[in-house]
Ligand binder design. Structure first.
Ligand SMILES: Nc1nc2c(ncn2[C@@H]2O[C@H](COP(=O)(O)OP(=O)(O)OP(=O)(O)O)[C@@H](O)[C@H]2O)c(=O)[nH]1
Ligand SMILES: [Mg+2]
Length: 549
């Protein structure tokens, strides 16, 4: 069995001599099913997380053991056994344990303080860790349009969404981040003082840290402080929020790909033992761990592929009824789900948190004039979106690439609305969807400081509609604009539909834009804009029409 390279620390002491109630802080990149091995002078015993009460960011193990003492050492292993060619497979249990990183159980807080820090969020118990945020403002960097303070504010929102309690933040102006520690040595000392003064448990960096930076910072801050970056935090939020099998697979894949280059960390103590040289057991173990992880990544990709095939079949079935599909895209928290709920009476989870939605939801929008279209809600975007996530969510985002129209929902009341628009455009560019027509929607007009000014500005531009998804203001105009835009993506047909194809005629009315119908002896003569896929169906009737004229 191989050790999990990233793990939590014990944050709650045994509460009585007979019941050992341990809270294992779950790291952002923890294994899904860790085994906890508790070892003291007298005994070694293993627990599996499925025996445990799982909270969003902590796992509670309740065990009956009167021999447990506060000097117990704790290690965490993944539950699954490695492939049989693993070099550690034959090692004796005792030896294996010595290879694992050990941690002293530290009991610093009493039960009451700890219990107060459990908060109920969305019906789940979350342990509020104390977090400290750190950013770097690059001197003369015009690309960093968000500005460091705004970027840190967004990071705070992300931390809050993940269930952390932000107790402080700091940033430093640098030409470029320090390759060893991301920030300069003076700043490192300042953060170390803040860690002690504020009892900080997690330090979060606003940019993705290299594996080396992560390792060095963990070393200077000390073993009990968890160091993570924006990417790990976003991955953690996605992990917490993944509700479907497909979303879970996608997040696990992204997490493992993030983890792969960072695997060295676990074995640094072995490297030290071998006199600082990276040869020997530690190195072999890294290779084994990397191979195991690569195998798991391969298996996950295969499983995702089969899930995708199912989804494709479902989508093909949906396309057999040629209702145009409109995809809602936009920055996280812009109001996409609220808009879908308002228009369709759907019950998609919408809240003032980042990444409320992970899975695409599609609902039918029926208009008063009898027309209809399908509206798809998608995962929100964010600046500095981890590339692993974009890649892993490509399947989900296929919903976007196969739609007839993209509706870009913008929170126009946000002070950085323009920067958010640019961040979304950047992701859309990566997704290669430039050929799909777009409609821009300025949402939350009710919340803007000067709604009238916003409305006037929108009127001067022909590609923007102002709405309030919350109050329903502007929704009829939105539906009209969607229809007009859809018309642009349709093709013009003139066809003679025989009377026996009455169903077809009503579908044309449903999905297309009918300009004229005329009953003739041979059937109904129709002039309309219809979706391209549908136009193909009508080809024989179009020829009939030509031969008639
Ligand atoms: N005042 C106001 N609040 C709104 C409006 N539309 C949405 N909201 C609020 O904004 C927050 C985010 O809304 P969601 O619909 O969850 O946003 P989303 O774009 O789906 O977010 P993600 O799923 O995270 O990408 C919620 O608290 C909504 O109530 C609006 O028109 N006006
Ligand atoms: Mg949403």
């Amino acid at each position: 069995m191989s050790a999990c390279p990233l793990y939590g620390s014990i944050i709650k002491p045994p509460s009585s001599s007979t019941t050992l109630s341990l809270l294992l802080r779950k790291p952002p990149l923890s294994c899904n099913f860790p085994t906890l091995i508790l070892r003291n002078r007298n005994s070694i015993f293993a627990l599996h997380s499925y025996d445990a009460v799982s909270t969003q960011n902590a796992i509670r193990f309740d065990v009956q053991d009167s021999t447990a003492t506060d000097s117990a050492e704790v290690v965490v292993e993944p539950a699954e056994a490695p492939p049989s060619d693993s070099v550690v497979a034959d090692a004796k249990p005792q030896e294996k344990l010595t290879k694992l990183r050990k941690k002293k159980v530290l009991f610093q807080e009493d039960d009451d303080t700890i219990d107060n820090r459990f908060k109920l969020r969305n019906g789940r118990e979350v342990f509020e860790e104390k977090a400290y945020l750190v950013g770097v403002e690059r001197k003369g960097d015009n690309e960093d349009v968000f500005g460091i303070e705004e970027s840190l504010r967004e990071l705070e929102q992300l931390a809050d969404t993940a269930g952390l309690m932000v107790v402080g933040s700091t940033y430093q102006k640098l030409t470029s981040p320090n390759p060893r520690t991301y920030i300069g040595s003076g700043k490192v000392s300042e953060i170390k003082s803040a860690i002690h003064a504020l009892d900080v448990e997690t330090v979060i960096f606003d940019d993705e840290l290299s594996p080396g930076q992560l390792r060095n910072l963990e070393k200077v801050f000390g073993g009990d402080v968890r160091v993570c970056d924006r990417t790990a935090l976003i991955l953690d939020i996605f992990n917490q929020r993944a509700a479907t099998h497909e979303a879970s697979l996608q997040v696990s894949l992204a997490q493992m790909e993030y983890q792969l280059p960072r695997l060295t960390k676990m074995w640094t103590h072995l490297e030290r033992q071998s006199g600082g040289k990276v040869k020997g057991m530690g190195e072999k173990q890294i290779e084994v761990d990397k191979r195991i992880l690569r195998n798991q990544i391969g298996a996950l990709k295969k499983e995702l592929e089969s899930v995708r095939k199912h989804r494709q079949q479902y989508r093909n079935r949906r396309f057999s009824v040629p209702v145009p599909v409109v995809a809602l895209v936009g920055y996280t928290n812009a109001g996409k789900s609220t808009l879908l709920n308002q228009l369709t009476g759907a019950d998609v989870f919408a809240e003032d948190k980042l990444f409320a939605t992970l899975d695409p939801t599609t609902r039918r929008v029926q208009l008063k004039n009898g027309k209809e279209f399908l509206l798809t809600d998608t995962v929100g975007f964010i600046q500095k979106l981890p590339t692993q996530l974009v890649a892993a969510f490509r399947a989900t985002l296929e919903e976007i690439s196969e739609s007839s129209l993209l509706v870009h929902v913008v929170d126009i009341s946000h002070p950085l609305a323009e920067q958010q628009i640019n961040a979304v455009d950047k992701v859309l560019l990566e997704l290669d969807v430039s050929s799909i027509p777009r409609l821009m929607v300025w949402n939350k007009v009710d919340k803007a400081s000067d709604p009238q000014k916003i409305r006037l500005e929108a009127e001067n531009r022909d590609d923007v509609v102002c709405i309030s998804a919350l109050t329903g203001d502007g929704l009829p105009e939105f539906c009209n604009a969607v229809q007009e835009k859809l018309k642009d993506s349709m093709v013009w047909v003139e066809a003679l539909v025989p009377f026996e194809n009455g169903d077809l005629l009503s579908t044309i009315h449903q999905v297309g834009m009918v300009e004229k119908t005329e009953h003739t002896e041979q059937g109904t003569y129709i002039k309309a804009h219809v979706p391209l896929r549908f136009a193909r169906l009508l080809t024989p009737m179009r020829q009939m029409c030509v031969s008639q004229s």
